[in-house]
Design a protein. Structure first.
Length: 313
């Protein structure tokens, strides 16, 4: 009986001791782990977003390969010959050279350079003849023609230029149909003129050739040439209505005050089939040689023209 009573007492003592010592060992709560230190130079670079597909750059006819063109120009306007500031003689020289409206012939050779740019070489010439009766005494080149003299005249105008056509707008072109180009050019212009008095006598009443005071045969022919080289700057526009129709217009010029002047302009409609292109349009060309010389020329030639152009591509 005593042993039975001791059992609860021992059990109570054990429980009291267990509670005093904290009971079963408990696992401490987990603390959050601090992130490892980072290097500020070790930065993750994200890949850039994918770019949208690039629009194709459409080359229109005349913007690839090379081409050659022939034109026929029907000009109006008579050149004028006049006395300049360097003249030391008294008679007048102001003369309008009459024209019989001969066709002027032109040629162009071009090559495409880079994206929509081009290098072009152009040449144009026009020659004509006519006659007039002087209403006053005239000194033309080295000949003196009295008033009332029948004078026959002829002239030849030539112009050559190199042009770099630089695409200015739009850029990028992509599939746009309009072009604006700046024109950077160097040009050469010349005019040769000749005067003669075919009705004035060359022999005396006995049929002997007339001579001057130096014993040289009398001649009534006066001839000479004026020329100059000048830069030109300008603008050109083009509109491609389709693969077979293009409209173009160009204008360029340059002025050196009291020296020389030159400008030209043209507008065309171009119809193409295959490698061949038909050109229909109008053009104008103006020049003035230096008035500081003894004589100088100026003219404005304008009118319609027709041409044909062959493209390599």
């Amino acid at each position: 009986m005593k042993n039975f009573l001791r059992l609860p007492l021992c059990l109570g003592i054990c429980l009291t001791f267990w509670a005093a010592t904290g009971g079963a060992q408990q696992k401490p709560p987990e603390q959050p782990t601090a992130p490892p230190p980072t290097n500020p130079l070790d930065v993750h670079i994200q890949a850039p977003p994918t770019l949208p597909p690039k629009a194709p750059d459409v080359r229109q006819p005349g913007e690839t390969g090379w081409w050659i063109s022939l034109t026929e120009f029907l000009p109006s306007g008579d050149p004028v010959f006049n006395k300049g500031r360097g003249a030391t003689f008294t008679p007048d020289s102001l003369t309008s050279l009459p024209s019989n409206r001969n066709l002027g012939t032109g040629v162009e050779l071009g090559i495409a350079l880079g994206l929509h740019n081009a290098l072009r070489f152009q040449y144009f010439s026009n020659k004509s003849s006519g006659d007039f009766t002087s209403s006053k005494e005239l000194e033309l080149w080295d000949q003196d023609y009295p008033s009332g003299t029948y004078v026959a005249s002829n002239y030849k105008v030539q112009n050559a230029k190199i042009s770099f056509d630089f695409l200015t707008w739009p850029y990028p072109v992509e599939s746009r149909k309009f072009r604006l180009k700046t024109l950077w050019q160097v040009q050469y212009t010349s005019m040769q003129s000749t005067f003669n008095a075919p009705l004035l006598p060359l022999v005396d009443s006995n049929g002997n050739p007339l001579t001057d005071s130096s014993g040289n045969l009398i001649s009534y022919v006066g001839t000479g040439n004026h020329w100059f080289i000048s830069p030109e700057v300008g603008l050109g526009v083009a509109y491609f209505s389709g693969r077979h129709l293009r409209f173009e217009a160009n204008a360029a010029g340059f002025v050196i005050p009291r020296h020389n002047t030159v400008w030209d302009a043209d507008a065309t409609a171009n119809i193409r089939t295959g490698h061949i292109e038909l050109r229909l349009g109008a053009k104008a060309f103006h020049f003035k040689t230096s008035p500081n010389a003894a004589f100088y020329d100026h003219a404005t030639l304008f009118g319609p023209f027709v041409g044909i152009r062959w493209h390599s591509e």
